[in-house]
Design a protein around this ligand. Structure first.
Ligand code: MLT
Length: 259
């Protein structure tokens, strides 16, 4: 693990392998370890950089709303530190919100996009209110209420039954997240802009992946992005939920490495 001092943060990241640089942005409320299997699959042929986004893993948490643009600027500052001008930008869920914000801010820095289990739209009023409730509960009670609220939706019922090690791993990522960082990201996601109008502007190769059973960002969202992003490729991973890269790691990796 390395740390970059950027934008007032200690930003933790891993940087392994050689070749075309790929940056993978994790979802909420996870950390860079979400990508362990993808790093293992890609590092023989690519340089793979996995940051802990602001407030997650071993990166500093800040208390103001952590907007998707702030996180995108953090990633750009890390790339500056690493002297990387253009990268393949991969993402899952909240990471996808950040990836779209990054593309809007820095389109010339993106060689290709991977958007997994994510959506382009802003929150509804109801979703915003739920996020504020969860943010307050995280600050007052810690991460347990977030784990309880999210775990049933993050993984499929079959994963809950048949892959207890994945359930334990996701719970562990949630429970070790800083409540301050989680609350800041919840408030940042709540105010994120609608990126639907950006999609027709995207002119880099784009791979969209979704679990067929994703209960948080269902396949309709992926189809919408696929229709709007010219030349994009859509892969639906049968039987996977919102954490498709964990629940069906081998298939996800085959899609990623085009094998
Ligand atoms: C995520 O997995 O990053 C979150 O579920 C996204 C969200 O809450 O909108």
């Amino acid at each position: 693990m390395s740390k970059a001092h950027v934008r007032g943060l200690e930003l933790a990241y891993e940087d392994v392998g050689e070749g075309v640089p790929v940056v993978l942005l994790h979802g909420f409320p996870f950390n860079r370890s979400l990508w362990r299997e993808q790093v293992a699959a890609l590092k023989a042929s690519h340089r793979v950089i996995t940051p802990d986004l602001r407030g997650f893993g071993e990166t500093t948490a800040t208390s103001e709303p952590a907007t998707m643009e702030m996180m995108a600027e953090d990633v750009a500052a890390l790339l500056d530190e690493l002297k990387l001008e253009r990268v393949v930008l991969g993402s899952l869920s909240m990471g996808g919100y950040v990836a779209l914000a990054f593309y809007r801010l820095f389109p010339a820095r993106v060689r290709a996009l991977m958007l997994a289990d994510t959506r382009p739209q802003a929150d509804t009023a109801e979703a915003r209110a739920n996020r504020e409730t969860l943010a307050q509960r995280a600050l007052n009670e810690g991460m347990q209420p977030i784990a309880d609220a999210m775990l049933p939706k993050l993984l499929t019922p079959a994963t809950h039954k048949e892959q207890p090690e994945i359930v334990a791993r996701v719970r562990e990522m949630i429970m070790t997240t800083s409540p301050v960082g989680a609350a800041a990201a919840l408030r940042g996601m709540a105010v994120r802009r609608d990126q639907t109008d950006l999609l027709p502007e995207i002119n880099v190769p784009t791979l969209i992946i979704v679990g067929s059973e994703d209960a948080i960002t269902p396949p309709q969202e992926a189809e919408l992005m696929h229709r709007a992003i010219r030349g994009s490729l859509l892969k639906v991973i049968a039987g996977a939920g919102h954490c498709a890269n964990l629940e069906r790691a081998d298939e996800f990796n085959r899609v990623l490495t085009n094998r």
